[in-house]
Design a protein around this ligand. Structure first.
Ligand SMILES: NC(=O)C1=CN([C@@H]2O[C@H](COP(=O)(O)OP(=O)(O)OC[C@H]3O[C@@H](n4cnc5c(N)ncnc54)[C@H](O)[C@@H]3O)[C@@H](O)[C@H]2O)C=CC1
Ligand SMILES: O=C(O)C1=N[C@H](C(=O)O)C[C@H](O)C1
Length: 264
């Protein structure tokens, strides 16, 4: 039997790709496509909006459904609403939204005591593999006597609202833990003085329709390593979210990441 799926944020850039990829996957039946109560396309067919052909499923505000799992690509406040809804319904949840406050992250952690939740700033298999490579590189270079400077450059489309990206922040967390670098700097201007050894530099580039690129630079004296991972379209995230939805279905309550989904 196909898995009954609800998509939250279904008319957004990512929601549309999740709808289209799930519609093409016999392992899923989309039973709900949720959007904001004031979305202008409410009532229209979710498949048509996604360019995937008519599905006979209207875009609707959040309501009870027989969904077995929910995928969320929306905005932080709306994600928290769907988290609370899933807790009430006992429905497993995949949260892909980024840009949460600490308080909102606490709410997600609490929800995961009741339902299984996959929560990851990038659903892309390639990005999650580069996270592992970053951890290995950071651990190996940690004690290099001449020092290693780490800077993280992320590039995204002009419509992105949060910065640095959730993925860049996760890369930074991995580097901070592996290399004991507790400080952060966001861009530089004026005369900030010489770089300190304990800082991680973040740079957020916003141009055109870039679906997401991350570069982690390990800069040494005399040589440089760059780990780069770039999406050519959004389906790496959509397909990753569908993998997470299949994986989380029968898991016990808990908070999971994509490394667990992918077995990395
Ligand atoms: N984890 C991952 O792999 C990825 C995460 N993202 C994140 O996903 C989020 C969405 O990204 P995009 O699709 O590019 O943004 P978008 O702005 O195109 O889509 C967000 C959608 O959420 C909807 N929304 C707003 N309020 C809502 C509510 N109360 N209930 C239901 N829906 C509501 C909006 O109407 C919009 O259609 C962002 O936080 C982004 O950073 C994006 C790509 C990959
Ligand atoms: O907003 C996006 O587009 C993306 N957001 C995620 C993030 O903030 O890390 C993941 C991906 O890079 C695309």
């Amino acid at each position: 039997m196909p898995i009954k799926l609800a998509v939250h944020g279904a008319a957004g850039r990512m929601g549309q790709r999740v709808v289209a990829c799930a519609a093409a996957d016999q392992g899923f039946q989309i039973v709900a496509a949720h959007e904001s109560v004031d979305h202008p396309q409410l009532g229209q067919d979710a498949g048509t909006i996604a360019g995937a052909g008519e599905l006979g499923l209207q875009l609707s505000a959040v309501t009870d459904s027989d969904a077995e799992v929910v995928i969320d690509f929306s905005v932080p406040n709306a994600s928290i609403t769907i988290v609370e809804h899933c807790v009430k319904q006992g429905t497993p949840l995949v949260i892909a939204t980024t840009g949460f406050s600490d308080q909102q992250i606490n709410t997600i952690h609490q929800a995961a005591e009741t339902i299984p939740v996959v929560f990851a700033p990038s659903m892309s298999p390639a990005v999650n593999l580069v996270m592992k490579l970053t951890e290995i590189a950071g651990g190996a270079l940690k004690d290099l006597p001449t020092g290693v400077d780490v800077e993280i450059i992320e590039r995204h489309h002009r419509f992105k609202e949060d910065a640095p990206s959730g993925t860049a922040l996760k890369f930074g967390e991995i580097v901070a833990n592996a290399m004991d670098k507790p400080d952060v700097t966001h861009g530089r201007e004026g005369r900030p003085g010489q770089r300190s050894a304990g800082e991680i530099g973040y740079h957020a580039v916003r141009t055109g329709d870039n679906p997401g690129e991350h570069t982690i630079i390990f800069g040494m004296l005399g040589e440089t390593i760059e780990l780069n991972v770039a999406a050519s379209n959004r389906d790496c995230y959509a397909q990753g979210a569908l993998m997470a939805a299949k994986w989380v279905l029968n898991k016990p309550a808990g908070l999971y990441g994509m490394a667990e989904v992918l077995g990395f």
